[in-house]
Design a protein around this ligand. Structure first.
Ligand code: NAI
Length: 338
């Protein structure tokens, strides 16, 4: 059975892992929910990342199949599969970075908050495992509603005595990826040249693109500002509706997750000037968590940047964003405390 070949110590693949480590520095990465719509392309893209030496794929279904498939790619990372709760601890032990896309996605008509009931419990269980087996790992949390699941994770880690706010990062990079794409379309630029900061949170009006701070410097009419802000905020819903019940964004999300994970790994490696937007513990506003640009380093989000100057439209958006965010954060905190 080929996937089992990878499990034993001293196996062919263990030895190749040592060789990989002898060359470029490699990190150990686990994906929890690796057999899902996001998990599978995310696993594939992480297998292609030269900074990854070991890739653990965990899910409650189909992990062996995805692992067998991905493991045939002739890239450096050694892949191992883990199926079900009884293998969670083995999946997590020794990891440097844990990426979590586990949980149900939206169907048409649902908000991200409608996912809370099921995903809150999934995130709690997975974070209890992280606290026990790899308390120093960086965590990239994708499972929705991110505005509540990040506070849930923080509370789980606090209870376990392992909480390091620098290491818990809610993934909002898809909002930035979408913003770059939509803004480039309006400006007639290559999206790779565009950088749009997106702050706040990851749901509806909490997604606040700062169009006044777009690079390269540019200006928008009021009509363009309203069109772009709404399209960026509703980007997820655009995909949910187009998929007609078959799920939410998976391919663009996997791309965005890998962009962000790669930034985290470059930070861990000690690269200078690695900056990305993420939903983190924050003192930028009066809220305990907020998404903004952060500098990623050896210990995680080492610096959380201020928002910079906002225009009138953005200031009004910020007030709306904070109101909804406060409720979502509280809901997550209460889930663990009560
Ligand atoms: P999916 O349903 O295709 O995959 C989810 C996977 O999680 C499944 O393979 C399932 O077996 C697994 N899973 C369920 N319970 C688990 C547990 N206890 N432990 C480990 N794995 C478990 O869903 P999809 O499309 O991959 O979305 C995953 C999550 O990502 C959803 O909550 C979705 O809302 C969220 N998402 C977040 C985005 C963001 O920007 N942060 C963007 C798009 C989706």
């Amino acid at each position: 059975n080929p996937p089992n070949l990878q499990m034993g110590e001293g196996s062919v693949l263990e030895r190749s892992s040592c060789r990989a480590k002898g060359g470029a520095p490699g990190f150990k990465v686990a994906i929890l929910g690796a057999a899902g719509g996001i998990g599978q392309p995310l696993a594939m893209l992480m297998k292609m990342n030269p900074l990854v030496s070991v890739l653990h794929l965990y899910d409650v279904v189909n992990a062996p199949g995805v692992t067998a498939d991905i493991s045939h790619m002739d890239t450096g990372a050694v892949v191992r599969g883990f199926l079900g709760q009884s293998e969670l601890e083995a999946a997590l032990t020794g990891m440097d970075l844990v990426i979590i896309p586990a949980g149900i996605p939206r169907k048409p008509g649902m908000t991200r908050d409608d996912l809370f009931k099921i995903n809150a419990g999934i995130v709690r269980t997975l974070c209890e495992g992280i606290a026990k087996c790899c308390p120093n790992a960086i965590v990239n949390l994708i499972s929705n509603p991110v505005n509540s699941t990040v506070p849930i994770a923080a509370e789980v880690f606090k209870k376990a005595g392992t909480y390091d706010p620098k290491k818990l990062l809610g993934v909002t990079s898809l909002d930035v990826v979408r913003a770059n794409t939509f803004v480039a379309e309006v400006l007639g630029l290559d999206p790779r040249e565009v950088d749009v900061p997106v702050v706040g949170g990851h749901a509806g009006v909490t997604i606040l693109p700062l169009l006044s701070q777009v690079k390269p410097p540019c200006s928008f009419t009021q009509e363009e500002t309203e069109y772009l802000t709404k399209r960026i905020q509703d980007g997820g819903t655009e995909v949910v509706e187009a998929k007609k019940g078959a799920g939410s964004a998976t391919l663009s999300m996997a791309y965005a997750a890998v962009k962000f994970a790669d930034a985290c790994l470059k930070g861990l490696r000690g690269d200078a000037g690695v900056v990305a937007c993420a939903f983190v513990a924050s003192q930028v506003t009066e809220l305990p968590f907020f998404a903004s640009k952060v500098r990623l380093g050896r210990t995680g989000a080492e610096e959380v940047y201020q928002l910079g100057p906002l225009n009138e439209y953005e200031r009004i958006g910020l007030v709306k964003a904070k109101k909804e965010l406060a409720e979502s954060i509280q809901k997550g905190v209460s889930f663990i405390r009560n």
